[in-house]
Design a protein around this ligand. Structure first.
Ligand code: UD1
Length: 417
């Protein structure tokens, strides 16, 4: 099992290019089964979650070719509608194949994704919405056996919560549905807009992504498509925090600063100087970071839950007392206990974390318990006195392509062993 070894105390200084967003590429890859044609997708990040999605596409009959950062998916001939259980177990987001497989084949069987490291993560909103559109779903022996009763029919769906995955699954299922599908209280994440752009580029008719109401007009046919994935706002945010924590100076290119505004504002609150153009961001860290009175994770455009753990590392060395409230996931503070091993002063009470900044963290043996929490331990390692060894790094590889190489390029002393 490989691990990351970080020797703390080095400033992050330099420029990094950000690649395509994990949370965009997964639904977009699953959408390639829709057209039954050729899909060319650029700026694909080198992530283990992407590997799993490729295996899922191949398991249903797609032919997939990968060249550098480009993937070509030929979905002309599908010959299977049962998704292998081990792939769904490896990646909870595989549930995103439900919508496109039902739209294209009228049936799909997947194992129930169950819980994950962030808590129970139910999929009731996905299933309720698909049933409303005319899908028969049998939940049996840990499997979801889904088939379209007669045809998929457009309808009005009001989501109880703006779930990212449920919004995407409905959009994908509705592409060929009869009539219009209207999603109210839809998720507004930039990745939803990217999915809309992808579907429209292959001939679909989706509008409203980015707002709380999305309308999908059913079409009869789709065509070949070429698309570039939007940059990863969470990877970008993580690297900004690395610059901020190490009293460094970092420039990020190939990004859309508008997607990171809530992160940018919190970094400014902590004393960072940030300037941005339409596709670059420059951060200059202060000599001493300040505590942030309150961070509440919320659906986009609120502060992202996927940046919560990285900010916890930053606040662990900031001057004063900070409070975080995690509103999206029940069980997303596992990294806090590892940070405490490194000398952080953090108290957890349910969904609230109280962080009292300390003068220094000290290197330790720590374990990544989930993807972003794992990244937060690397960040802590960058400033800790001595050496930090991070175990279970397969979690981190799900969402960061070669994070150790990126950080080394801008001055960090980090190696994979
Ligand atoms: C997506 C992102 C993930 C991010 C999350 C929240 C991808 C591949 N993953 O995950 O990185 O952390 O959005 O921004 O895009 N919920 C239900 N019932 C449902 C669906 C969701 O109760 O049917 C709850 C979940 O348990 C969770 C909350 O809603 O508490 C948010 O989930 P959701 O927005 O669906 O997140 P994902 O799409 O799983």
């Amino acid at each position: 099992m490989s691990k990351f070894v970080v020797n703390g105390g080095h400033k992050i200084k330099g420029e990094l290019r950000i690649t395509g967003a994990k949370n965009s590429v997964l639904p977009i890859l699953s959408a390639t089964v829709l057209n039954g044609k050729i899909n060319v997708i650029h700026d694909i990040p080198d992530l283990s979650d992407v590997e799993v999605m490729i295996k899922i596409l191949e398991s249903v009959g797609c032919k997939v070719k990968r060249e550098n950062g480009t993937i070509i998916v030929d979905s002309r001939q599908l010959n299977n509608h049962k998704i292998p259980e081990e792939l769904v177990r490896e990646m909870r987001s595989s549930i995103i194949v439900l919508g496109p497989m039902l739209a294209r084949c009228g049936q799909v069987v997947v194992s129930y994704p169950g819980g994950c490291e962030l808590g129970p993560r139910p999929i009731d909103l996905h299933l309720k919405s698909l049933r409303q559109m005319g899908v028969h779903i049998l939940e049996k022996h840990g499997f979801l056996i889904c088939s379209v009763k007669k045809e998929l029919v457009g309808c009005e769906i009001h989501l109880d919560f703006p779930s990212v995955g449920a919004t995407e699954n409905i959009m994908l299922a509705a592409v060929f549905a009869k009539g219009n599908t209207i999603i109210r209280n839809a998720a507004r994440e930039p990745e939803i807009q990217d999915l809309q752009n992808f579907i429209n580029a292959m001939g679909g008719k989706v509008s409203g992504a980015g707002s709380a109401t999305i309308v999908i007009e059913g079409v009869d046919e789709l065509h070949d498509v070429e698309h570039t994935i939007i940059p990863d706002r969470i990877v970008a945010g993580t690297y900004l925090v690395a610059g901020a924590m190490t009293k460094g100076e970092i420039v990020l290119t190939n990004i859309i600063p508008e997607h990171l505004l809530s992160t940018i504002y919190k970094l400014k609150e902590s004393g960072c100087n940030i300037e941005y153009t339409k596709d670059t961001i420059k951060l200059i860290a202060p000599s001493k970071l300040r505590a942030i009175e309150a961070i509440k994770t919320l659906p986009y455009p609120g502060f992202p839950t996927d940046m919560q753990s990285q900010f916890m590392s930053l606040l662990a060395i900031s001057d004063g007392i900070s409070i975080i409230k995690e509103n999206i996931f029940e069980n997303r503070y596992k990294h806090a206990y590892e940070l405490i091993r490194m000398g952080a002063n953090i108290k957890i009470d349910g969904r609230v974390a109280i962080i009292k900044g300390v003068h220094k963290l000290t290197g330790a043996n720590v374990k990544a318990r989930d993807l972003r929490g794992g990244a937060s331990l690397i960040l802590a390692g960058l400033v800790a006195e001595g050496t930090t060894t991070i175990h279970n790094i397969e979690h981190i590889k799900r969402g960061y392509a070669h994070i150790e190489k990126d950080l080394r390029m801008v001055g960090a002393d980090i190696y994979k062993m």
